[in-house]
Design a protein around this ligand. Structure first.
Ligand code: ADP
Ligand code: MG
Length: 357
């Protein structure tokens, strides 16, 4: 697989704290890449630097092996789909899409018939056939999103940057647009770099997932690797599927305010101040249930359950107030109804815990 983009030690500050701090990664050609990070972690800044709307303070960006320093945004061959779509409200759907092509610096298309035919192809690609003459103020959010994408893709970028492209859509549509975006990208064969604050979106969409933490790349790996082996406690926190505990490794256990968790021999490395257990690796048992040697247990008072399709998430209050979450998949049997304020044993296997330095 060839490399389309290389980011080398890119730093960008607006004030005291850097928005991007020695960011370093490469992206493969013809792939869907998710960039996950909480609000303020530098996602938009990174896209703006790649697109050329901002210059980095230091470091370099190579696109197809060539340095982009000083290259104007419109000459980079990189498309940008803005968070708020940024459509021209006074232009129709077709005119919005045609705009980029007519005004493109390299090889602009001005012949009306050629223009119309390209616009038609693009509207078909994004599923907006027949919407040509609609005002962009008279279509749904999902349709505006498609227009924004078509307007970018029509210029035939070599790579597309998408800043929280599904953020403005309702949950239903967001789910559908996930697969649509993947299909559209496959048809174009260019790399999409998709910024999101949603861990499920990042994991579902990315062939590769980059996790940004306070201006630094905390992890760059395939979805399943990020999900099963987050590189740090910060990554585990953003994934929103791990119970995290602070403390320290003391001899053969991880010890913190929440309790003492015996460790496998391989995990007994100090100093490691964080311990994580994934929501779906925990069993809920009666308090007096027997524990086997390879298990760890903690007690919690049941608060409530939340059903979400194929799983139910149950919340427990630990001594000290920490809320502990358990995800039970409903593929087997629906778990019994738990009694509010009753105390249960929350049990997991030693080997399923992660311990972070
Ligand atoms: P994200 O898109 O992940 O929410 P941003 O890239 O927008 O994060 O912001 C990263 C950090 O840089 C934040 O602390 C933000 O306040 C700061 N920042 C971003 N753009 C500017 C700007 N134009 N001027 C000053 N500070 C900025
Ligand atoms: Mg942003």
């Amino acid at each position: 697989m060839s490399t389309v983009l290389q980011i080398k030690q890119v730093t960008k500050s607006y004030g005291a704290a850097p928005a991007l701090d020695a960011v370093d990664f490469s992206l493969p050609d013809d792939a869907y890449i998710s960039l996950l990070g909480p609000s303020g972690s530098g996602k938009t800044t990174l896209l703006r630097v790649i697109a050329g709307f901002e210059e980095p303070d230091s470091g370099s960006i190579l696109f197809h092996g060539k340095r982009l320093d000083g290259v104007q945004p419109r000459d980079r061959g990189i498309g940008f789909v803005f968070q708020n779509f940024a459509l021209f409200p006074h232009l129709s759907v077709a005119e919005n899409v045609a705009f980029g092509l007519r005004n493109r610096k390299v090889d602009p298309v001005t012949d009306p018939r050629a223009l119309a035919s390209r616009v038609q192809d693009m509207l078909a690609l994004v599923g907006l056939k027949g919407f040509d003459d609609r005002a962009v103020t008279q279509i749904s959010g999902g349709q505006r999103q498609r227009v924004a994408l078509a307007r970018t893709l029509v210029t035939e970028p070599k790579m597309v940057l998408l800043d929280e492209p599904l953020g403005a859509l309702d949950a239903n549509l967001r789910g559908r647009m996930r697969s649509e975006l993947k299909i559209i990208r496959e048809r174009c064969g260019v790399t999409f770099l998709h910024v999101t604050g949603s861990e499920s979106e990042a994991l579902a969409m990315g062939d590769l997932v980059l996790v940004l933490d306070r201006g630094r790349i905390a992890q760059a790996a395939a979805s399943d690797v990020v999900y099963n082996s987050p590189a740090s406690a910060a990554v585990a926190r953003y994934l929103n599927c791990y119970n995290l505990f602070a403390g320290a490794v003391v001899e053969d256990a991880f010890v913190g305010p929440a309790g003492r968790f015996p460790l496998n021999a391989s995990r007994r490395k100090a100093p490691q101040p964080a311990y994580a257990i994934r929501y779906d690796r925990v069993a809920i048992r009666p308090r007096d249930a027997r524990l086997s040697d390879d298990e760890v247990r903690i007690e919690g008072d049941f608060i409530a359950s939340e059903y979400s399709g194929a799983a139910v998430n149950s919340f427990f209050s630990l001594d000290g107030g920490h809320v502990f979450e358990v995800e039970s998949h409903l593929s087997h049997a629906r778990p019994p109804a738990f009694v509010e304020k009753d105390r249960y044993a929350l049990v997991w296997k030693k080997e399923d815990a992660l311990v972070f330095g």
